[in-house]
Design a protein around this ligand. Structure first.
Ligand code: PLP
Length: 378
């Protein structure tokens, strides 16, 4: 046999290898007769990650997507021109833009409403086909009563969809499907990954028809999670519980500590009612004293343990300014409408020793709370 031909066809089937963890199936194609078809449709690593998250949130189906945005977009694909949808007014900036652009382009009637109170939920128009909201919300961590939204929406149209972005509550602390929601969405890029090194999304549903629709959409749009990303995410899930518990403890401590600092005007933390939201993870918002807001950029080099930028919900602590970061794609008028100001700062706590984080924040905030020294020419 020609060495080139031999090189092409030599394979080690590893029949009795029995690996102790699931190997990476980094292949696009499967042989005829395989239980799989083509990685754009399904893949063993993708399925394993789906099963892990699905079981943790007590759902019937998990459909893994390339990113959280791809997961949200796949939900919107259930709408038809002429339908109407509701979006909660507090929402991640790119989700806001995605919905706004989608509705404009496909002639869907969009209502942006405040769903954080029963009175707000009562304003959801009859005949709404889809409601999308985060709880707790990004920003401000307000909670939305999932069961009340479900009652309102399904009261006028039992086939309407209630879609909850569960990214910030996580499968550990909130199960929207058990409260009647049709879909629970995750940006797996955040807590599920936890290491800022992989992107992914997840759609959870108890409805067989929706799961099938999502899988079809994913196959044709090509927005499936990559096998290597699925393998990394599955591995990350093994430490998800302990990471989150530690982050939750640190965040609860930080809430009290930050409230006592003279540079901090407000601390935002969600209401944990023990029923819908049974706990809370590692992210909170603070509002800097108004005179310190213009000095936000000076805060970054003064911090030793907080990385700055778009990452969050990972093992190391992070700081960000939503106005110029997570919500940068919105116009200033849209940000004003949302109540966003440059004084709002997002803090994500990692796995560092809380005392180190406290010292870091205390010293860095004190360093920007000094008169600015101006050089005087002599
Ligand atoms: C609440 C929420 N949903 C969805 C997304 C989008 O997820 P991804 O960045 O994985 O596309 C984000 C990203 O920050 C988010 O915060």
């Amino acid at each position: 046999m020609d060495p080139i031909t031999r090189c092409l066809h030599t394979r080690n089937e590893a029949v009795d290898a029995r690996p102790s963890v699931t190997p990476l199936y980094q292949n696009s194609a499967f042989e005829t007769g395989s239980a799989y078809f083509y990685t754009r449709k399904n893949n063993p690593n993708v399925e394993e990650f789906e099963n892990v998250v699905r079981d943790m949130e007590d759902a019937r189906h998990g459909v893994a997507m390339a990113t959280g945005m791809a997961a949200l977009r796949t939900c919107l694909e259930q709408l038809r021109p002429g339908d109407s949808m509701v979006l909660n007014s507090l929402v991640y900036g790119c989700s806001f833009k995605l919905v706004q652009r989608f509705c404009n382009r496909f002639n869907v009637d969009l209502h942006i409403l405040d769903l954080s109170s029963p009175e707000g939920i009562a304003t959801v128009p009859e005949g709404t086909r889809l409601v999308l909201f985060e709880t707790p919300t990004n920003p401000f961590l307000k909670t939305v009563d999932i069961a009340t939204v479900v009652r309102r929406v399904k009261g006028s149209d039992p086939t309407a969809l209630v879609v909850v972005d569960n990214t910030w509550a996580t499968p550990l602390y909130q199960h929207p499907l058990s409260l009647g929601a049709d879909v629970s969405v995750h940006s797996a890029t955040k807590y599920l990954s936890g290491h800022s090194d992989v992107m992914g999304g997840m759609l959870l549903t108890n409805r067989d028809d929706l799961a099938e629709a999502f899988r079809q959409e994913r196959f044709y749009s090509g927005a499936i999670l990559d096998p290597y990303a699925a393998w990394l995410l599955r591995r990350s899930m093994q430490t998800f519980g302990v990471r989150l518990e530690r982050q939750a403890r640190t965040t609860a401590e930080m809430r009290e500590f930050l409230a006592g600092l003279p540079q901090v005007e407000n601390v935002y933390y969600p209401e944990i009612d023990g029923q819908q939201l049974r706990g809370y993870g590692g992210i909170l918002f603070i509002e800097l004293r108004a005179d310190l807001a213009p000095r936000y950029l000076e805060l970054l080099p003064a911090l030793r343990y907080f990385g700055s930028g778009t990452g969050m919900a990972c093992v190391t602590s992070m700081i960000a300014q939503p106005y110029t970061g997570s919500h940068a794609s919105m116009t200033d008028a849209e940000k004003d409408e949302m109540g966003l100001s440059r004084a709002l700062v997002r803090l994500c706590f990692g796995l560092e020793e809380p005392e180190d984080l406290r010292r870091d924040l205390r010293e860095a905030l004190a360093s920007i709370d000094q008169p600015v020294l101006t050089e005087v020419a002599v």
